[in-house]
Every structure is written in structure tokens, then in C-alpha cells.
Design a protein around this ligand. Structure first.
Ligand code: ADP
Ligand code: MG
Length: 447
């Protein structure tokens, strides 16, 4: 039962945070609102180290901002110890991915910031900050400026600053993802030691991450979010004792379990071209095209075919040194194009994928071209270019259509992904100077 508090802690578990139907929409001028979070309901108890796992752009930071009271939900309720959170949550502190230190303040002053905001007297502030600076291994750096510190040391300051206010709930937004591998690994272990040995008064930790291994290494509970919009798709208790061994079979078992859930999420059905051009409030929502690059897709399929047409995704990612965030767009693209399937954490090359791997470069392009025309956005681009006498259309036109479905930044990204694939497959050309998509003479035959 995932919501139950962690074992091994003798204190009586208390309900700290309760989210009830939390939904977040970002309004868009002249377009649909973007629905980022949908109906998130969960409880966090004292004693828990919770990892909130989801793909980039799924809304993890948004959810953390809501928990810490820095943002409000559009609907739903956030309760802390039974009281609605209105404004910054005084029981929560945040560690940011980008450290977010004040560059003109010393380490000591940066750590004191939260205490200053709480009106703690100067002498007490100084003593508390010193204690935390020492705890986090930065003795002797009190007077240094952030620019004099390495990334790892800056993030230590980030931790010290958050911990200085003795938060009951420590929130962390991908706190290790901007650090190099070894530095991240050291900080993870040190933070875990502080937590497990109860050298900090923190009662619960909520850590946002997109790293599956990181989540399984650190957390005793993993909440998995989907994307577009974010919903809770799994809530798992991780019953492994600490310290955890990344090579142990039980560890790998849990990594594999989480991998299966993350890679098994269905994309929503795609709308037709007609629904695309005439978006009504009833809302045909365009599913995003994954950003996997064609050469990477070809390479991955070749590798898996070499191994008999099926291989474990987690192992493939590890061998290719790809994070799940880098690998998933490629496997998503493979699935969208019908070249491979993801099943129980394995990538399985389909017969079409086998044909693709055996084909010449020109034949490969032809296969992808045909598959792209099954995807609404490509069908739309193709149809529009065909219907124009000069077979040209500016990118702004397509951006307009996409902005009915995505945020402006995401619309740009989607169009760039589409142009990348369309050019690779010879479906259409793009002229970056005039910012026009166009068909060359050999592309203007019947669709
Ligand atoms: P994550 O942390 O999981 O990467 P975020 O919470 O940062 O995701 O963002 C989720 C989605 O919400 C993204 O598509 C992002 O573009 C959008 N978004 C975030 N903040 C805003 C905002 N202030 N206005 C409009 N859209 C936003
Ligand atoms: Mg984020």
C-alpha cells in the first residue's frame, strides 16, 4: 500500500501534505489553455522519502511550486497538516536544480537568507548558518562568493540554505541533474546519510526527478506522472533497505519495474486533419511528435536487430549512455512510425522495422515518408503544400495551427521536429532564409 508511511522510523506517522484533485491550466491568449496537471490526488506522510518521477515538461516543477505555495492550482486543494496552503508554505523549503544563489552574497549570507525572511535575530542566524555549512561540508568557505565555488559546492549551499529553516518537508527539484556524475553521486549519498541517520529534523522529502535509477536509489516511495497532462499513473512503495546497492538483483528488479511503467504509457489518440485546422473548444488535442532524431532511430534499430530483434530498454540505455529522457523520444518515434514496440521494458523491432534496417538509404526514406503521412501534422503540411499553386507555405502558418494545441515554445519545438523528419524523409523541403516549407518538383506527385 504505497500511501502507508515508511517502516524503520519509530515515530508515529503524521499526515503532512494532502493534495486533492489538484489541476493546473495555463491560459493562452487566443488558444486553448494548456492543461499541465490533471486531478493530482496524493498524501505525503512523515517518514517518507518520495520521488516524483516524470518526463521533462510533464509539470513536476509546477507541482512542487504548488506544494511550496509559490503557485496556486487552478482547481483542487492543497492541505498542509490539514490547513489550506495560501502563500508560501512555511513548513516547506526548496532546493532548486540551478542552485539559485544570490551571486553578490557570500555562502554564509546565502544560507542565512531563509532565516532573515523569517525574522530570526542576527546572532542566531549566524550560528544556525555556520552549523549547516559545517554539516554540509563547506567549512572554511563561509565568506566565498558563489562564483568561486564548483557546481557541487554551490549545490551544497543550496542544501544548507534549505535546511537552515528546519523545514518539515524538504522539496527538491532535480537537485543533482546539473552536476557531473561523481559529484552528484557523492551528494546523493551524503544527503541520504543525513536523512537516514536523522541528523536533520526534516520529516519528509519530496524529490522531483526524471532519473529512474536515482528515484530507486533514494526514495522509499515513487510516484510516476504521465505527460500532457500530468496524472498519477503509479504510486509504488520501494521496500529496499538502505544503503542500496545499484548492482543488486533486487535493485535492478525495481529499476526494471519502474522502467516498464514509464515506457508503457499510452499516448492519446491523434485527431484528423479536419479537427486540426478547425480546433473547437471540445478540443481535439494533437499528440506531440517525439523529438527522436532519424539517425539515432536507425542506429538503435540496427543494434536491436543485431541482437535478434528484441532487447531490454534499460540495458540499451545504459550501454548507449542515454538517459531515459534521451532514449524515450527515440523509442516513442519508433513506435509512432510502427518500426518497433515497447513491451514490458523491451524494445521489439516490428517486421516493418526489420525491413527498414535491411533497406538502402533511399528505401529507408521512402518507408518513413509513407509512415509520416499517417500522422496528422505531416498530413496537414503535405496537404497544404499540395493545394498551393507554388507549393510553398511559410512556417508561421503551421505555427499558428500548432499554437492551438501547444504552448508557443512547444509549438516551435514541434514544428522544428516535424521539419527535421520531413526533410530527412524527403517529404518536403525547408528554406530557412524565407522560412518556408515547400515541395520540389519530384515531391509534387499525388499524395
Ligand atoms: P517539468 O518540471 O516536469 O519539466 P514544468 O512544470 O516546468 O515541467 O512545465 C510543465 C509544462 O507547463 C510545460 O509545458 C511548460 O511549458 C508549461 N509551463 C510552465 N510554466 C508555465 C507558465 N508560467 N505559463 C505557461 N506555461 C507554463
Ligand atoms: Mg522542472
Amino acid at each position: 500500500m504505497p500511501a502507508s508511511p515508511a517502516k524503520g522510523r519509530t515515530e508515529k506517522p503524521e499526515l503532512l501534505l494532502r493534495l486533492l484533485g489538484v489541476t493546473k491550466r495555463y491560459p493562452q491568449p487566443d488558444a486553448y489553455d494548456i492543461l499541465v496537471l490533471e486531478d493530482i490526488t496524493l498524501d505525503i506522510w512523515s517518514g517518507q522519502f518520495v520521488a516524483l518521477l516524470g518526463p521533462s515538461g510533464s509539470g513536476k516543477s509546477t507541482l512542487l511550486r504548488i506544494v511550496t505555495g509559490l503557485a496556486q492550482p487552478s482547481y483542487g486543494t492543497v492541505l498542509y497538516r490539514g490547513r489550506p496552503v495560501a502563500g508560501p508554505n512555511p513548513h516547506a523549503a526548496m532546493v532548486f536544480q540551478t542552485f539559485a544563489l544570490y551571486p553578490w552574497l557570500t555562502v554564509q549570507q546565502n544560507v542565512e537568507i531563509g532565516l532573515l525572511a523569517k525574522g530570526v535575530p542576527a546572532a542566531q542566524r549566524r550560528a544556525k548558518a555556520r552549523e549547516l555549512i559545517s554539516l554540509i561540508g563547506l567549512d572554511g568557505y563561509e565568506d566565498a562568493l558563489p562564483k568561486e565555488l564548483s557546481g557541487g559546492m554551490r549545490q551544497r549551499v543550496g542544501f544548507a540554505r534549505a535546511l537552515a529553516v528546519d523545514p518539515e518537508l524538504l522539496c527538491m527539484d532535480e537537485p543533482f541533474s546539473a552536476l557531473d556524475f561523481l559529484t552528484a553521486e557523492n551528494l546523493r549519498s551524503e544527503l541520504l546519510d543525513l536523512w537516514i541517520e536523522r541528523r536533520i529534523p526534516t520529516r519528509a522529502i519530496l524529490m522531483v526527478t526524471h532519473g529512474i535509477e536515482e528515484a530507486v536509489f533514494m526514495a522509499d516511495r515513487i510516484i510516476i506522472l504521465s505527460k500532457n497532462p500530468a496524472r498519477v499513473i503509479a504510486d509504488l512503495a520501494i521496500p529496499l533497505p538502505y544503503p542500496r546497492n545499484r548492482k543488486a538483483p533486487e535493485f535492478l528488479h525495481w529499476v526494471d519495474q519502474v522502467y516498464q511503467i514509464v515506457t508503457g504509457v499510452e499516448e492519446p489518440a491523434q485527431p484528423t486533419v479536419e479537427e486540426l485546422i478547425q480546433p473547437g473548444p471540445a478540443g481535439a488535442k494533437l499528440a506531440p511528435i517525439p523529438a527522436g532524431h532519424p539517425p539515432m532511430l536507425a542506429g538503435l534499430l540496427e543494434l536491436v536487430v543485431d541482437r535478434g530483434g528484441r532487447d531490454d530498454l534499460y540495458r540499451l540505455g545504459a550501454e548507449l549512455l542515454l538517459e531515459v529522457d534521451d532514449l524515450l523520444p527515440v523509442t516513442d518515434a519508433a513506435e509512432l512510425l510502427g518500426l518497433a514496440l515497447v513491451e514490458q521494458g523491451d524494445l521489439i523491432v516490428t517486421p516493418l522495422g526489420q525491413r527498414f534496417v535491411a533497406a538502402s538509404p533511399a528505401e529507408r526514406r521512402a518507408i518513413i515518408r509513407e509512415r509520416l503521412l499517417d500522422i496528422p501534422l505531416f498530413r496537414l503540411i503535405h496537404r497544404v503544400l499540395h493545394s498551393k499553386a507554388n507549393h510553398r507555405m511559410g512556417r508561421d502558418f503551421f505555427l499558428d495551427v500548432l499554437e492551438g494545441h501547444f504552448s508557443p515554445a512547444e509549438a516551435e519545438r514541434q514544428l522544428d521536429v516535424a521539419i527535421n523528419w520531413g526533410r530527412w524523409a524527403d517529404l518536403f523541403h525547408y528554406d530557412p532564409d524565407s522560412e518556408q516549407l515547400y515541395l520540389a518538383e519530384d515531391q509534387t506527385g499525388p499524395a
